[in-house]
Design a protein around this ligand. Sequence first.
Ligand code: ZN
Ligand code: ZN
Ligand code: FE
Length: 763
Amino acid sequence: MTRDLKNNALNISVFGVVQGVGFRPFVYRLAHKHGCRGWVKNIGEGVEIHLESFKPDAIGSFLKELECELPPLAKLERLVTGRASFSGCRGFTIKKTTKGKSFVFISPDISVCPDCLEEMRSSSDRRYRYPFINCTNCGPRYTIVRDLPYDRPQTTMDSFIMCPDCRREYTDPLDRRYHAQPIACPVCGPKIALFRAKPAKKETGGIERAAGLLREGFLVSIKGLGGFHITCDPFNLRSVHRLRSVKKRKRKPLALMARSLDVIERYAWISEEERIHLSDPRRPIVLLKKKKDIPGIAPHIDMMGFMLPYTPLHALLLENIDLIVATSSNPKDAPIIKNDRDEIRNLCDYVLTHDRPIHMRADDSVLKVTMGTPLFIRRARGYVPYPQKMPSFLASKKHILALGGELKDTISIYKNGYAVTSQFLGDLDDYRNFAYFEETVNHLTKLFDIHPDTVVSDLHPDFHTTRYAEKMNIPHLQVQHHYAHVLAVFLEHHLPKNEKALGIIWDGYGYGSDGGAWGGEFLLADYSSYRRLGHFLEVPLPGGDQASRQPWRMAVSYLNAAFGLPLPDVPSLKNISPAKIKGILSMIGREINSPLTSSCGRLFDAVSFLAGTSPLEMEFEAEAPMRFEAQAADHAGKGYPFEIIDKTIPWRISFLPAIRAVVSEYKKKTPICRISAEFHMTLAQAAAAIADKTRKDFNIHTVVLSGGVFLNKKLYEFTASLLENKGFRVLRNVTYSPNDESISLGQIGYALGRLQQEKKHNG
Ligand code: ZN
Ligand code: ZN
Ligand code: FE
C-alpha cells in the first residue's frame, strides 16, 4: 500500500507559450480541484509541475484536464512526464521562478477578454469604465516587454506602483489577475489624456469627448497597443479627405473599426470563417467583400478592411460611435508612431493618449479568408512573436539570425527547435524603417537570448540587410529570394526531409542567381537546393524602378514584344503622350536602363493598364492589379493562349499570345469583367501546365504557391482549384504572408538545411 502511494507522484514539464498567460494559477486551481499536492514553477524554458496524490485517479484526471482546458492564451508545444519520488508535500504551492538559460515564448498582445469587458461595464466594479483593464487572459504583452523573464519590472508598467487592491489580486493564486503583469486600476494605473494637437493644449472629457470630436469631423490620433491610429468619421467625406491629405495617401484603402459584427454587416458580407477571424482574440483587420460602399474608403476595390475594438479604450470609444476609420499613424514610408511627441500632432487635430509606454511597435495584422483559410497580407499585432516549430530533422544547437530582404521586411531568429519571426517592419530603403529594423534585431536577440552563430540574408549584394549581415563578422549565408519563399512554405507545413516540390513563386522582384530580375518563377526544390525549372519569358523593364510605379511603361514593353512596331492602337495608351511612348520605345530599343525581367507583378501591371483599370502612376504596390482583380467575374472559361518554350531547362512561358488576345478583346469591347477573369485563368492554366510537365518529367506531386502575387485571391483560387482537380497537393502560407514578410523564415530553413549537410560531412 505504502509503495503504491510512493509511485503516485509525477513530474511534468510543459513547454510552449506558458509564461505570462495565467498558466501557473491555472495549474494551482486544477491541483486543488483534483486534490493534488506539490508545486508548480516557471523554469527557463517553460513550466515544471510536481504532483502527488493519495487518490489513485487524481493525477490522471489532472493531466487530462491540463491538456484540454488550457487558459486561452496558453499554447502547449510539448509536455514531458517523468516519475518522481513521493515527498509528502503538504499542499500545493507556486514556487519562485528559477532563472536559467532561457527560451521562453512570450504571448502576443491579445484583445480585451469578455470577463474584463463585463467588469468594465459594471457600475459597481472598481474598474468601471477603466480603459486599461486587463487580466491574465488578455491585454498587452509583446509591445510592453523590454526584457525577460516576463515580469512587471521588465515591462513598461514598471513605473506604476500597484495599489493595495491590485497587489492583493496580483498575489492571490485564485484571482484571475494573479501575476497579470500589466494589472492596473484607476487608482494606480495608466491614465487617459486628451490634447488639442496645435497649439498643444490639454482638454477635458476623455474618451466620450474624443468620440464627440470624431462626430464633429475632427481627426483624432488614438494610442493603441503597438502604436497610434489616426481616426475619423468614415461618413464625413471632408474628414476622410483631410486624413488622406495628412497621410499623403490619395487612394490606398483605409481600415475601419466597428463597434460590432452587426455594424460591419451593414457594409460588408461576412462568411462564417470571416466572422471567426474578426472575433478572434488576436483581432486582425479582415478584408471583406463590400455590400454597401462607403465612398472614399477603398476606391476602385471590391473589398473593405474591418476590425473590432481590441483594447478597452477602443471598446469605450466605440460605445459612442458606430464606425471609425482607424489607419496606422505612420507618415508615408515610415514606421508607425509610438510616442505622442510632435510627429503625431502634425497628423491630426486631437490626440487621445495615455501614459503606458509602448516598447515595441506593431501594426495591425491584415488578412483575407481565401478558400476557407486566412491569407495574410500583414502579420504583426496579435500574431507576433508566436513561435514556429521547425521540423525535428532540422534541429540544431546553433542560433541563427535571418534578416529577410529589403521591402516588407521581417527578421527571424532560430533557437532550440523554434523560429520566431518579427512583426512587419516596412521597406528598409527608408532610413526610419531601417532604424526600426535595427531596433527589432536588438530587441529580439535580447528577448530570446540569441547569440547568432550564423546570419542569413538575401543574395542581393546591395540590400541594406546584406550589408548589415556582412558587418556582423560571423558566418554569413545568402539565399535566393524565391527559394526562400518556397522554404517558408516547406517549414510551415513541415514537409519531410527529402520531399521535393514544385515552387510556383510569383512576385514583383527578387534578385536571381544570375543577377537578373526574377519574379515569375518555377523552382524544383527541397530543403537543400533548388533548380530553376522555368520562368516567364523576359521582357525589358524600361526605366527600372520607375516602371514598377508606372504600369503604362510595362504595357508599352509588352506591346512591343507582342506586336513589334508600330504598336497597335490601344485606347488606354491614348492618355500617354506619343513623345513619352517614343522615349520608352527608344530606351528599350537601345537597351538603356531597361533590364530584362521575368516578373509576374509587372505582367499584371501591363495587362491592368491595357484593360483600362490602371492609374497613370500607382500610389501603392499592386494598385493596378488590385483594381483589375476587383473587376473580374467569378468564373472564367479556359483563359487566353500562352506558349511554353521547352527545348532546354529553364523552360520559358510566354504570355505574348495572351497579350495579343487581351488587345483584340478590348477592341471588340468585351466587358472588362470577362477579360479580367480570362486573364487570371490564363495564369492558372500556365501554372497547371508546368505542374503537369513537372509531374511527368520529375515525378513531383506537391506544388507550393507563394510570392506576393498570390495575395490576389482570384488568381489563387483559380490556380489552386485547377491544380487540386489534377490531383496535386497544393500548399501555401497560412500563418505567414506569401509576400516578402516570409522571406526571413525561409532563410532560417535554408541555414538549418546547410547545417545538417555540414553535420553529415563532418560526422
Ligand atoms: Zn481580461
Ligand atoms: Zn490599482
Ligand atoms: Fe517576393
